[in-house]
Design a protein around this ligand. Sequence first.
Ligand SMILES: [Zn+2]
Length: 415
Amino acid sequence: MLQLGKLSIGIGDRFAHQAKAQLNAFVQAAEQGVDVVPVWNKSNREHLTIGSEPRSVREAADVAVKELSWTKPFHVDADHIRLDTVDRFIPHSDFFTIDVADSIGQLAGANAVQAFVNRHPELAGRLEIPGIDQPFETTRATVEQIAARYLLAVQDAGKIYRRIAEAKGAAPFITEVSMDETDNPQTPPELLVILAAISDEQIPAQTIAPKFSGRFNKGVDYAGDAGRFETEFQQDLAVIGFAISKYNLPDNLKLSVHSGSDKFSIYAPIQRSLSRFNAGVHLKTAGTTWLEELIGLAEAGGEGLALSKEIYREAIAHVDELCAPYAAVIDIAREKLPTATEVDAWTSEQYVAALRHEPNCPAFNPHLRQLLHVGYKIAAKMGRRYLQMLESCSEAVSRNVTTNLYERHIKPLFL
Ligand SMILES: [Zn+2]
């Protein structure tokens, strides 16, 4: 089995131009004595929007690794794949995020639920989990309810896992099971039932992405009660530690935090929790790098700034269409968005100050930031024109990409 390191960050590179700038942030962490594993991730949806192929993610990663002489581990994640989308990722990925959120709540057969509950009498009664002060009380009926809700999803994950394993043959890979894109956070007993079922399905999951409470909006800070998040996160860590020994799961199994970029107010709670439980984490980021590309273009001035303004103009003209697919993961107050004419009059400094994620800067505008986050489709439509601008402004762009990952993400989380 391929082992995922203790600390890892998922990085997204929508236009396949920033892998080296991203990797530089990991080089800087290594120079400070902290090993963080880079995992380039791209979902099927992103590939469809950009018009790219899974092969391109592997190729960009390989080039960056070679140019920076990176000899430590790195991976390429087929993000949020399902049975109908996994095949074209298989030759190019060594990390698979199996997304079964859509199967949650669909009924597994009554026999399957009964068989599960019979196999796991230990799940009913008083559950004492080291690291959680209060024991949980469950009954056979509550375990049945939980199993009825999640068993089919885990069985589907098993099918996808076996499909990958068969196609991969002897080539090792890392498996993540994700259940984050659903309405309600899982409780600790639910997570325990899910992990028992994952073990029954013989899925060697190394990361699991539950749903957490609060909002994980795209490219902006966590919206919710950070204290409550910390309690929930620690309970999840406790359940995972318990399940590893109880159900013989991979001993490096850890939490995966999706939409993890820019969640500054929960990084200190995550760091405290990891050190309390001596645990690792996988934190997924993606679109934050695309926003740094825009910041770099704006900072470069001239044609770069003009293009970043053009992208805003298009974004505001298509605001409904751009926001609709992301309604659950953005909170934009339309009246807080500047008009295209206002933005056209901005200097480089004004554009950068509105977009760069510095929550204490008075000019920072989280509404504009979220709109541009979901606006990458516009740059995709520009095609070569956008890519050429990235290349001619590469100094400013890559500097911003590296700084954002290292200073605003890796440092507060892991250093
Ligand atoms: Zn996700």
